[in-house]
Ligand binder design. Sequence first.
Ligand code: NAD
Length: 481
Amino acid sequence: MTIHAKNFIAGEWVESKDHTQDLNPSNTKDVVGEYPRASAVDAERAIAAAKAAFPAWSRSSIQERHDILKRIGDEILARKDELGKMLSREEGKTLVEGVGETVRAAQIFLFFSGEVLRLAGEKIPSTRPGVDVEITREPLGVIGIITPWNFPIAIPAWKIAPALAYGNCVVFKPADLVPGTAHALSEIIAKAGMPAGVFNLVMGRGSVVGEAMLKSKDITAISFTGSVATGRKIAATCVESSPMKKVQLEMGGKNPLVVLDDADLKTAVEASVNGAFFSTGQRCTASSRLIVTKGIHDKFVDALAERMKTLVIDDALKAGTHIGPVVDQSQLDQNLSYLKIGQDEGAKLKAGGELLNRNTPGFYMAPALFTGVNNKMRVAREEIFGPVATVIAAKDYEEALSIANDTDFGLSSGICTTSLKHASHFKRNSEAGMVMVNLPTAGVDYHVPFGGRKGSSYGPREQGRYAQEMYTVVKTAYTLP
Ligand code: NAD
């Protein structure tokens, strides 16, 4: 039976006038369901409901919020296989990755169910005799949450959980390509026991629902993850709007993984395969620039190309698949166009890049490896967001570090080395928000801050206790008793 879904506004499931079909990228004949394409009026109703719910919710007890977040986390965990399957079916990452991401979402809700109970302020002496100073954190109001398609449950979770934990109300707009997971998550949140209006789901286009959220005077803050172009526009609108909106942006990456002569070859190859190609390379933290020093370069390239031959690219739901399809035709076209751009620029397509036929019609391509790349080429500077890695040769560690930092992005970076000296120097001098040693640039924990520098991130960090910086505002109160 095909799903016919509704939006969740003011505590009710509301029919939408317009809908869109959610397709399985592993098999485009498989329609996951019909999902709402909400109007600006739907978005405005959701915002009004959230605004009305805010005074009571912002004063709700921390016990109530703890219990609700725990119920959500527990139910996600109990249904991880079903939710993970929905995620893989509509996004195209493998079932192992889909279930893993679902477990991550549960862990995030459970983490913030604990964080609610740890909310604390400070009471400190004043410089003026007899005066008390208190510093407290308060919720902001209505948070607009706008998410991308590549992590359909983890990214919504890491925004919605802290927003609710700290007493804010939420209007959630997921990406158009992955409405099924967003809807399933919202069903779980909707029945967790929150008053009507605290959480709202409005599915639809960025240019309609997203724009309505940006225009609204009643949205206090926007937390966005997506592309640089959209993020830049959102930040400008948030600053121009009256009153100004607080804004948090998580955007693209062109993450360097440095491989030094003294690296363990197997570790470097596995980190590269995982970082560059798993999740079909559709990760903001993907290891898309492999910067390799000359002593290990040829050995590393050959070993990586050999390892790529062992990767199984097939239906995301099939057991044994390592890499699922690309998410849709337009992303596939983008990947293929970069393969041409790279070759036109003089890079060598050392392995992969072919379109693949499988038993079902889907967007299958073999992961691609470019060699002979220099850091000025477009394939080394622009985010491709597909299973395409570039190898850039460097003379030594110093040159590798300089190439790693020569980018408009700064989300994550990595180094494969057995030298403590180089690992320590890289951790200190890499211009990225997250630095990995002997690990892929992708793959992070949920209890520590996530975010980058330069064109990758703007505003406070996400995740862990650092999420407070986004979802609360600090108040300083002075009392003369
Ligand atoms: P996108 O920018 O096209 O869309 C992201 C979201 O913004 C979607 O929900 C979309 O509907 C909405 N949107 C589009 N136009 C809008 C507008 N004018 N106003 C308001 N909302 C609007 O990005 P995408 O293609 O969904 O995701 C891929 C991008 O996300 C990549 O660049 C990737 O690197 C980035 N990403 C970053 C992180 C991170 O944490 N840094 C994580 C995952 C993905």
